[in-house]
Design a protein around this ligand. Structure first.
Ligand code: SF4
Length: 361
């Protein structure tokens, strides 16, 4: 097995399309760029079987671009109703008027002219040009991205700008010389739609199986790379490390549901709130800033330490709170970031004690 070379790749796609691809779709019997354009726009977010009756009705009412351009908005929308994504119909109508006014009613076949019309992107422009004028232009719709990312084992999310640039360059480099461009273009689309499907691709029937790097590397299921998850939102909280005169630490029992449900934790407040339990600011110091990643958000935790020995405040045991000595802290069920804070605090205390002169201990 070897990576596909341009000509081999194109020949395999064209040969397969001629024998196994789709040939009898209503928009395949024409080279009229107007009719091809309407089908391409309808197919952008809608399945072939849904599109067919809409396409036939649309073509019966708007047989050429001028008929569409001269129609009222209401009538165009009425013929689109049910297909969804209605901005497609509005763009279609505006582009038809543009063709009537700017191109004298002759639908362009040059990819750059096509791209200048509303609602036509680079891949759609290339498809219309290839089908209507045998133009040597590369397409890169979602189906083709999937095929290329698997055949060439392309890492990275295909929707990201750098990977998309890489794929456009690859699609361009694969363009064959002197080949049936409609068959090549249709073949790539058909491969992605019928064999190289997102789930359970039919690799045994695929004309590219001996050239497919994803198949060779057993990476078909992981390619193309899925859209990266969004960076989780950030939240902030203050945890209070309150230490009494005998070195005990105050912990509160978390409610049974919610984060850290049922565990013992340091008392928590929102950022900017005053210290709890009427503690004054004298014995207060920032002990640490830590981050903890939950499934849906990241918590930025400001840990404030309060040494009651250094302030005038007295804290008893409010409801749901308890003083823990060092031994009890070791056995308490606390969340991981709180455990880290406690261990760090205890280590610091031990180091301070060890530094004291013997008589002062
Ligand atoms: S061999 Fe399988 S994964 Fe590779 S292109 Fe064909 S269908 Fe897709």
């Amino acid at each position: 097995m070897k990576p596909a070379t341009e000509q081999e790749f194109a020949q395999a796609v064209v040969a397969w399309q001629r024998t196994h691809g789709r040939h009898d779709l209503p928009w395949q019997a024409t080279r009229d760029p107007y009719r091809i354009w309407v089908s391409e726009i309808m197919l952008q977010q809608t399945q072939v079987s849904t599109v067919i009756p809409y396409y036939q009705r649309f073509m019966a009412r708007f047989p050429d671009v001028t008929a569409l351009a001269d129609a009222s908005d209401d009538e165009v929308m009425q013929h689109w109703a049910g297909l969804g994504y209605y901005s497609r119909a509005r763009n279609l109508h505006a582009a038809a008027q543009d063709v009537r006014d700017r191109f004298d009613g002759r639908f362009p076949t040059d990819p750059a002219d096509l791209e200048s019309l509303r609602g036509i992107g680079r891949s759609t422009a290339a498809a219309i040009a290839a089908f209507s004028a045998n133009a040597r232009a590369a397409i890169l719709d979602g189906n083709v991205k999937r095929v290329l990312s698997r055949v060439f084992a392309i890492d990275g999310f295909p929707g990201s700008a750098p990977v998309e640039r890489q794929m456009w360059a690859l699609a361009e480099s694969l363009l064959p010389e002197a080949v049936d461009m409609p068959a090549y273009t249709q073949g790539l689309m058909d491969l992605g739609a019928t064999l190289c499907t997102p789930k359970r691709p039919r690799c045994n029937d695929c004309p590219l199986q001996t050239r497919c790097e994803a198949l060779r590397l057993n990476r078909v299921a992981e390619l193309p790379v899925a859209r990266p998850r969004k960076t989780p939102p950030r939240r902030a909280a203050v945890l209070w490390l309150i230490v009494d005169t005998s070195g005990r630490v105050l912990l509160e029992k978390r409610p049974p549901v919610g984060i850290w449900g049922g565990l013992w934790s340091l008392p928590q407040t929102e950022p900017g709130q005053a210290a709890p339990y009427g503690i004054d600011g004298k014995g207060l110091e920032r002990f640490a800033m830590i981050e903890h990643a939950f499934t849906h958000f990241t918590l930025e935790i400001d840990v404030q330490r309060v040494e009651l020995a250094r302030c005038a405040s007295q804290v008893t045991e409010p409801d749901g709170l308890r003083w823990f000595d060092e031994l009890e802290l070791a056995g308490a069920g606390v969340p991981k970031p709180v455990r880290t804070v406690l261990e760090s605090h205890l280590a610091q205390r031990r180091a301070e004690d060890a530094a004291l002169p013997r008589a002062a201990r």
